[in-house]
Design a protein around this ligand. Sequence first.
Ligand SMILES: [Mn+2]
Length: 456
Amino acid sequence: MENAENNNIDNEPKKKGKKVKKEKKGKKFLKKQKREEEEKKRQEELEKEKNKESNDNKDEEIKNEESSKTKDNEEKEKVKDNKPQETEDIDTSSKKLNNEKDDENEINTNSITTDNKEEDEKEKENNNEDENNNIINDDEENEDNDNNNISKIIKKLKKARVGSICQELTLREGECDYVIDKAYQILKNEDSMLRITAPLYICGDIHGQYYDLLRVFDILDYPPKSKFLFLGDYVDRGKQSLECLLLLLCLKIKYPSKIFLLRGNHESEALNKIYGFYDECKRRVSVKCFKKITNLFNILPITALIEDNILCMHGGLSKDLNNIEQLNKIARPTEIPDEGLLCDLVWSDPSDELSENFGENERNISVTFSKNVVEEFTERNGLDLICRAHQVVEEGFQFFAGMKLITIFTAPNYAGEFDNNGGILEVGEDLLCKMHVLRPNIERKGKRKRITQLVN
Ligand SMILES: [Mn+2]
């Protein structure tokens, strides 16, 4: 306080002094000189006014945009704050957010120029917040260009959903190549076993259900606000595998420490040729693009360890896995072999019906493993939980071996053939786990299918 007062005292006499001097001088000036000076001032002021007017217009546009955006964000925050943890309520909030999304789309189309400017500013800010974003001065311009390009693609991808309809976007080959190349450079430097800190959300299979992927982000917030780990199977089966993959890769490029992508058994050339992703790439982009994606799949990390406590993978455990140190030694790039450690990590399933530790798998590849295997492995490696995906489960999540293993499957109403919920596991800072559930869009009538399904 004292300093502030002192400053005021320092400033006051100077101002007064200036004024006094001017007044004294002014009286002595000739009328002509006075008039000339006044004319000069008037002209200067006129010029200032003109400049101000044009700036004001610009400012006003931006301000309007900002205030509408802020309102949007505020409303989103409100919805989030009110977000109940009960499953049915989550669905309601997702509906609310859908409506808002539509409003946002309208704003965007009405004022593209200002919006872009504002969006870019925002993106820059976000990037500064990103802990992994170490911009080197020389590359600053390139980095900015990259960020702008990725932001534009993210924006385009988000716009695929209009209301309850999710449109197929027109994807340019150059756009896809760009995203795949950038993502490759980041993913290839990650370890085979990621080490991630809580809090974060863990998602299971997505399988090209883009509408549902957008729902997940709308409910739980996009990176960098929220951190995500995806357990693989982004593609095949669903109609919009490309949108799913591209959005996840763009977010990875932009916020590499806020989203992590593991490999599923469907991140594989052989399976993509059978279950639809190859055909989608060929129809919508090119075979060349599919080949690029195959290369990218071959460098995806395989497992993740959260706070030394929760081990995550797509499939499950293996005869060949004794301790977690082995997991970081898996060399990449690699295809998924027909047997052995990597094969089991993306393909195996738990089974209640086993009398022995490992058994045959109905999928005709890899193995099933018993409760005993889970208990022994977690005990030996000091783990609390194994978290995996790979099987459709009715509630979106299902425990095994007491609560030592959890299956998470995120695509609700899977492939239009099941009436399952989609599940997302939230791991809190204290490692307390909470489930979020996406209800199916369409309630299916008639008999419910088996609770757990082995679907390739
Ligand atoms: Mn799978």
